[in-house]
Design a protein around this ligand. Structure first.
Ligand SMILES: Cc1cc2nc3c(=O)[nH]c(=O)nc-3n(C[C@H](O)[C@H](O)[C@H](O)COP(=O)(O)OP(=O)(O)OC[C@H]3O[C@@H](n4cnc5c(N)ncnc54)[C@H](O)[C@@H]3O)c2cc1C
Length: 463
């Protein structure tokens, strides 16, 4: 069968409202946040049920026709952008199927946005702690497929730690049902976990059974000014006891300069400091958050760890502090092009990574503008390098392969990872194949071949 005949077969087998070839409707699905990849497809499938997904996959499997899978289209490594494949979007798989406050679980379909999951948990008086700047658009299926991180990993873990299991349509159209919300289940391989972080290469996640948590009684957010990443690390050691700390984010002065250029973003301090830490504690006991924060910050100041601090004393101020961190990436756009890295190293090695990487990239490209920021509490730094003001964007981007090697060689030497949060997609495929151990790559290929022998699911992604 030709590709056009497969498209016709999909059109006749699926309900009319679950597919479109209207270029105007498809167009936004072919553009992504970074403006780096332009998608191409002749048909967009918008299934509304797992049964629709099964019909589509069975037709594609029979004719060995590749499918690109898309959730909220906020991915940063290009994995969701079709290059001629059938495009299957999960955004209409948007029902919450079940929820239980007693069992602390919710079963939601893959296309439910993260924000909707958080709000639905809130309506139950509970909390779903995954939190990313893209939460209004990204979907739970995309979060699990990329094993998303975000700002609360330091307390609650990454996306894969926040689910009981998933339902997925496999490459031959079979349904794997791992939704049972059991807290203990040792009956062999954890197949749901295998599907998470697989970036759509092993199955299409159609639903997830997510873990909910009691709402903390109270919380407090603080911005602390510090002298260096090393001092920030010592502060982390001082403040993380007692299971209260749920956010510990690093911001350099340059980031504060950029983000305070945005409307409604104000530097909370009168003076300028070299580094900042945004941190948040949650409280369940009877202690006063304000007193707790004041005492610990005072002690940190006495130890020479904190130069200055602002404690948010309203919801609005708390949101304003978080916005300074969450909009750092967006704030970089006006400075021109940036070469981005999303790396992790053991937490203790973050200061060393930042110092070594800054020195090395500035030696390679004088006047480039490194901006290391992000999840210090998890050892995960977004290492974005802005172009020198005097260089053309194209000339700077031409240096990307060399600069990547410089940064990733340092990451490797510190025992780190070239992708802490965003995944591999198509952006880091070459780097993964060069840097992962042969045994790891071989096992990954064997698993892919076992579950998707004809390579029809996201065929250009990851491997
Ligand atoms: C402003 C901004 C801030 C961000 N902050 C963070 C952050 O703090 N932490 C973080 O980890 N990420 C962050 N991201 C990246 C992104 O939001 C996450 O990777 C998110 O989990 C992607 O979800 P999505 O639904 O948009 O997936 P998409 O972008 O649509 O897809 C991502 C990948 O998952 C696959 N996929 C999607 N849905 C499914 C499914 N149902 N079944 C199988 N495969 C699927 C796609 O094929 C693709 O390979 C940010 C992005 C932006 C734009």
């Amino acid at each position: 069968m030709t590709y056009a005949q497969v498209v016709d077969a999909l059109k006749s087998a699926l309900p009319t409202k679950t597919w479109t070839q209207d270029k105007g409707i498809i167009e936004p699905y072919l553009r992504e946040w970074r403006g780096r990849w332009q998608g191409v497809t002749s048909i967009l499938l918008l299934p509304t049920s797992t049964a629709d997904v099964v019909i589509a996959v069975k037709i594609c499997a029979t004719h060995k026709t590749p499918i690109a899978i898309q959730g909220g289209n906020t991915g940063l490594v290009g994995g969701q952008m079709p290059q001629g494949e059938i495009l299957l979007s999960t955004v209409r798989l948007n029902k919450i199927r079940d929820k239980s406050a007693d069992n602390l679980h919710m079963i939601c379909e893959a296309g439910v946005t993260l924000q909707t999951v958080q709000e639905a948990a809130g309506e139950m008086g509970l909390k779903f702690p995954l939190s990313l700047a893209s939460e209004g658009s990204c979907t739970i299926g995309g979060n699990l497929s990329t094993n998303a991180g975000g700002v609360h990993v330091v307390k609650y873990g990454t996306a894969r730690q926040l689910v009981f299991g998933v339902e997925a349509v496999l490459a031959d159209g079979r349904i794997y049902d791992g939704l049972n919300p059991l807290r203990k289940d040792n009956t062999g391989y954890d197949l749901s976990q295998l599907l998470m972080g697989a970036e759509g290469t092993l199955g299409i996640i159609t639903a997830a059974s997510v873990k909910l948590f009691p709402q903390p009684k109270d919380n407090i957010r603080v911005m602390a000014a510090v002298e260096s990443p090393a001092k920030a690390l010592r502060l982390l050691n001082m403040v993380r006891g007692g299971n209260r700390l749920c956010m510990f984010e690093l911001i350099p002065r340059l980031g504060m300069d950029y983000v305070t250029q945005m409307p409604d973003h104000k530097d909370p301090f009168a003076d300028k400091y070299p580094w900042y830490v945004l941190l948040e504690w949650e409280f369940n006991g009877s202690e006063s958050p304000q007193e707790f924060a004041e005492n610990i910050l005072e002690a940190a100041a006495e130890n020479g760890l904190v130069l200055d601090a602002v404690i948010a004393n309203s919801q609005a101020q708390s949101a304003a502090l978080l916005a300074l961190r969450e909009n750092l990436s967006a704030a970089q756009k006006p400075i021109g092009t940036t070469i981005k890295h999303d790396i992790s190293v053991p937490i203790a090695k973050v200061p060393s990574f930042i110092a070594r990487a800054n020195k090395a990239v500035l030696r390679h490209t004088p006047n480039c503008r490194p901006l290391p920021f992000g999840h210090l509490g998890d050892g995960n730094i977004h290492y974005n390098i802005g172009q020198p003001e005097t260089m053309q964007p194209e000339a700077f981007m031409a240096l990307e392969p060399e600069i990547n090697d410089i940064v990733y060689d340092i990451v490797d030497s510190l025992g780190g990872s070239i992708s802490a949060e965003h995944g591999i997609g198509i952006l880091k495929k070459q780097q993964l194949s060069r840097r992962a151990s042969p045994a790891k790559l071989q096992m990954m290929r064997q698993i892919k071949t076992a579950l998707d022998p004809d390579g029809i699911l996201n065929p250009r992604v990851l491997l």
